[in-house]
Design a protein around this ligand. Structure first.
Ligand code: NIG
Ligand code: FE
Length: 399
């Protein structure tokens, strides 16, 4: 993760939305005749950023919970009082698909300006078959209407909805017997994710849901060991999950198991900052333990109201003690692995989709350094510039 294979004075040749040549700029110019050229002299080019963990489709906001937490309330207490995930579920159930779509489109317009060219997107704010289908269909529809590409995850096991409070096992049966087969039959999701946490789903329930999902061809992912240590990382390894996410409270044994299982650790530093979950140095521990680490935004209205992966990279350094090279790998190729699309994304290589960013910095180490600023000059999605000179003020290199 510390090796970036930098090409100084590099160039990229693109044909029909794909990368066909990478190398020293002069050689690329000799080898390929271009109809159009993009000048990136003095700047830095990287692959487009991949966000491997978002809850993109929702309605409503929950800013009141920030003040409640500042007053000392915990996430659990807020949920117990009718806030939290369930309050967003109520909003989403009320919302029409067109409303969810237009909210998400506005967010995607913003995300792409921060350099995100592919993102995973979870359902999980519906929690009935019809509402989960509604969300996943919105995600499918968004994919057809926006350049930013989305990879869908079914997360019907986000929490047990309030109407099932006194019959939790019935909800799990509904998930396993009705929702999973129907979602799979309609090909609405690639992954299945479960919030494995005290107050959500325990280890046994998570194992059951994800194993059933696997039978229907849905690849497992887990929200694991986030607020408490439940052994979610060990379970992710046992199931051969594609990724284990959050992991603030994982054990040393969890690290060894993730490494042996080749499961990607998706870390979400904005969430730990926003929720005050102690997890300093988490990235360092995992990388030093031999685990592939990706970083994501966890964009959602409760615990991470941002989709800015540049901020995520800075926090990867500052909170999780990762090096600049590592946070770049974590938001590109490793993130692509965490959403099962590394064969055609996440690096600048011939044959891959031409998703590229031009940054207004003169060295990549400035990317996590200029904290809290949008450093993107141009976004190239499938070989097309979708953004030129973002804002006039942004059209200059930082130094
Ligand atoms: O990833 N942890 C569970 N799910 C989200 C939070 C969702 C919410 O609070 O609305 C997360 O942090
Ligand atoms: Fe999440």
């Amino acid at each position: 993760m510390r090796q970036l294979d930098i090409i100084h004075g590099g160039g990229v040749a693109i044909k029909k939305g794909k990368i066909v040549g990478v190398g020293e700029s002069n050689k690329i110019k000799q080898k390929f005749k271009a109809k159009k050229r993009i000048d990136a002299r003095g700047m830095v080019m990287t692959p487009g950023l991949v966000d491997p963990h978002t809850h993109l489709v929702f309605a409503g906001t929950r800013e009141q919970e920030l003040a409640l937490r500042l007053g000392g309330a915990s996430y659990k207490e807020i949920s117990a009082a009718g806030g939290g995930i369930m309050s967003t579920v109520r909003e989403v159930r009320k919302a029409k698909p067109e409303q969810l779509k237009s909210l998400a489109l506005r967010r995607m317009d913003q995300m792409i300006t921060y350099g995100t060219t592919t993102a995973e997107a979870k359902s999980g704010y519906g929690l009935t078959l019809l509402d989960e289908i509604k969300i996943l269909k919105v995600i499918r529809d968004l994919n057809r209407s926006h350049q930013l590409e989305l990879i869908p995850t079914f997360m019907g096991a986000h929490v047990v909805p309030e109407e099932y409070t006194h019959k939790r096992e019935d909800f799990i049966n509904e998930l396993v017997k009705t929702m999973l087969p129907e979602i799979a039959k309609r090909r609405l999701a690639r992954f299945c994710d479960v919030f494995c946490e005290e107050g959500a789903f325990d280890i046994g329930q998570t194992r059951k849901i994800l194993n059933e999902g696997k039978r229907y061809g849905l690849i497992p992912k887990l929200h694991a060991d986030e607020f408490t240590h439940t052994g979610g990382a060990e379970l992710a390894a046992e199931l051969g999950a594609c990724s284990a996410d959050h992991l603030c409270k994982l054990s040393e044994e969890g690290i060894r198991r993730l490494k042996d299982a080749n499961t990607v650790a998706v870390l979400l530093p904005v969430t730990s900052l926003f929720m005050g979950i102690e997890s300093q140095g988490l990235g360092r521990r995992l990388i030093d333990g031999g685990v592939a680490v990706a970083l994501g935004s966890d964009f959602n209205p409760g615990t991470s109201p941002t989709f800015n992966l540049q901020l995520v990279m800075s926090l990867g350094c500052l909170l999780y003690k990762m090096y600049p090279e590592e946070v770049i790998v974590a938001c590109t190729i490793n993130a692509a692995h965490a959403c099962g699309c590394a064969q055609d994304r996440g690096s600048i290589e011939p044959g891959k989709i031409a998703d590229l960013l031009i940054w207004r910095v003169h060295t990549y180490t400035q990317i996590p350094y200029f904290l809290g600023q949008n450093l993107i000059l141009k976004v190239i999605k499938k070989g097309r510039i979708c953004l030129t000179g973002l804002q006039v003020a942004n059209n200059i290199r930082m130094t």
